[in-house]
Design a protein around this ligand. Structure first.
Ligand code: T4K
Length: 370
């Protein structure tokens, strides 16, 4: 693992900083169930994200599930198949039916022009994904949801630290679910949160993540266990102090890739979006085999031979995963299908040096037929 260049590397605070942060956990012996670190982290996070309400959770996946349960959703949820499988699984595991809408080929997010065409009489919500940190067409999704009385829950797993038109990205829709997994721009080892608009969701969310307890002895909901523990909250407090520096360093890596790869025929890069402050979470590259000279899988093979572990995020599209065989037709979302067959995400993390970025680009450029 040491000499390989992995798609990402977890950011770590100084060990002493973390040790100082967890010392009080030893003194108190309060390890989980919404202890002082949990509460302090929640407060700091609410400020950082620029939102009204935050609930902390054990991971981003359960943030999605718990939010849908707390909202009491029933019926169909319009979503995208171009995402990590968690988005689709969360909908299905909540007893809801995912209805797939195709994506926009420019930013890979749900194509808002197609939402009307997939609406059913049972649609209760939309779950779009700000994939790779690219922001969905928020205004159009909002209009569509208002027109049909639907909830909007963003899968915001990739967007930590981003803003749209100067507002924290978690403040849009009815709710936005973030992942704080070790592989993310910001992490708490494992963790996640939901930012939500309606204050009345507070009690339900707090209860469903804790077995549904509505008072110390009685369960008012059939809840699960999705609480963030004190050690994860402490990691969050440390990493929050450094996340802006990390994003600035990611930007340097991102821009170096742009300098080297922009203009090469058959390579599609991720265009910057208007009014978005990016977190540079992923570096997706789309290969058009006819024009570039090699297909995505050949590029991946060559990179792997050189110890560069780029990843096929997100292949296959979730509606083509084997557990959903026979339930959905991936041909109904042809753009998502095509992108999933052409995209590669290149390594990106704050301390990835320019020499290595250049080495990665050299391997790719070496395959171009130009
Ligand atoms: N929605 C979306 C759109 C998501 O992308 C995700 C998660 C979720 C929801 C659910 O959120 P969580 O429940 O996970 O909080 C990874 C992550 O496990 C997953 O969090 C992430 N998305 C997904 C896109 O990628 P893998 O299976 O590709 O990870 P893995 O173990 O291969 O790690 C990738 C690289 O990261 C490694 O090569 C090295 C580095 N790494 C990994 C780990 C585990 C580290 O540096 N440190 C580590 O501890 O799924």
């Amino acid at each position: 693992m040491e000499d390989k260049i992995l798609v990402t590397r977890s950011s770590m605070p100084d060990m002493d900083e973390y040790m100082d942060e967890i010392r009080s956990i030893w003194d108190l012996r309060w390890l989980t169930n919404m202890g002082p670190k949990h509460e302090e982290f929640k407060k700091e996070l609410t400020k950082y994200l620029g939102v009204d309400n935050v609930e902390l959770l054990v991971n981003g996946h359960l943030a999605l599930e718990m939010t849908m349960q707390a909202m009491g959703l029933k019926g169909d949820v319009i979503t995208t198949p171009f995402t990590f499988v968690s988005t689709t699984h969360a909908i299905v595991r909540c007893g809801l039916r995912p209805v797939f809408c195709d994506i926009d080929p420019w930013d890979y997010t749900i194509n808002a022009d197609k939402l009307e065409s997939v609406l059913t009489k049972d649609t209760c919500a939309v779950m779009p994904v700000h994939v790779y940190g690219n922001i969905c067409n928020i205004e159009a999704i909002d209009d569509f949801a208002k027109k049909h009385g639907l909830k909007v829950i963003y899968d915001a797993a990739h967007t930590f630290g981003e803003t749209y038109k100067g507002k924290g990205i978690g403040s849009f829709g009815d709710a936005s679910c973030f992942s704080f997994h070790a592989t993310k721009v910001f992490h708490t080892i494992e963790g996640g949160c939901v930012c939500y608009r309606d204050d009345s969701l507070k009690d339900a969310l707090y209860a469903v993540k804790d077995f549904g307890f509505s008072d110390p002895e009685d369960a008012g909901y059939i809840g699960g266990n999705a609480k963030m523990n004190e050690f994860c909250a402490a990691m969050g407090l440390c990493n929050l102090r450094h996340v802006d520096d990390d994003i600035a360093k990611r930007r340097v890596v991102y821009e170096r890739y742009n300098e080297r790869l922009d203009g090469i025929k058959g390579i599609g890069l991720n265009d910057p979006q208007a009014d978005v402050k990016s977190n540079y979470a992923y570096y997706p590259v789309v290969f058009d085999p006819g024009i570039f000279g090699a297909d995505r899988d050949t590029v991946l093979e060559k990179l792997n031979e050189n110890g560069i572990m780029a990843r096929r995020y997100f292949y296959p599209a979730t509606n083509a995963m084997s557990c959903y065989k026979g339930m959905f037709d991936p041909d109904e979302t042809p753009v998502a299908k095509m992108m999933s067959e052409r995209v590669l995400t290149l390594p990106i993390y704050p301390d990835l040096d320019t020499v290595t970025v250049d080495r990665i680009c050299d391997v790719i450029i070496g395959l171009s037929k130009e």
